[in-house]
Every structure is written in C-alpha cells, then in structure tokens.
Design a protein around this ligand. Structure first.
Ligand SMILES: [Zn+2]
Length: 88
C-alpha cells in the first residue's frame, strides 16, 4: 500500500511513500493488533515510523505522533478499509 503525499515535500507534485500494515498478535494481551510501518515527509526529509496498536486492549507502542486525536480518526478510517479488504 502506498500513500501519495502532496505539498511540503522534497519533490513537488507528490510521490509514493511506503505505508504497510499487518495484523499481528498484541504483545500485551495476545489479541488482534496492527503493526504499521510508514514513511512521512517532514521538514524536507523522509522519516520512517513503526507502531503497534491493539484493537482489543488499546495497547500502543512505537512512534506515536503528538497529534494523536487527528491521527486516530484517520488511522481508524484506514484500518476499517483494510479490515474490510482482509475480510475481518
Ligand atoms: Zn492488546
């Protein structure tokens, strides 16, 4: 999966960044969690991130953004789509 980014980046016009997510076992409760790797363009450079979020106990770890409220909304919408595709 790729995310196209426009504006504020090194390359004008947008380009593809890595954005991969997979279902894993939660390290805390053993329930269904999602591990995500993605790249973000910040301050003119590409940064790589990695997070684990559990859908059952709410456990989170990794590179969590400061604006978690906005992030949660976008992330959940994206997750729903992915879950639907996976057939969960
Ligand atoms: Zn959990």
């Amino acid at each position: 999966m790729t995310t196209r980014v426009y504006g504020g980046c090194v390359e004008p016009g947008g380009f593809d960044l890595d954005d991969d997510i997979e279902a894993i076992k939660c390290p805390e409760c053993g329930g269904e969690a999602y591990e995500r790797y993605w790249e973000a363009c910040e301050a003119g450079s590409i940064n790589q991130y990695h997070t684990i979020r559990c859908t059952e106990c709410g456990h989170e770890e990794g590179d969590l953004p400061d604006d978690s409220d906005d992030y949660d909304l976008a992330h959940d919408a994206e997750l729903d789509e992915i879950i639907a595709k996976l057939g969960y």
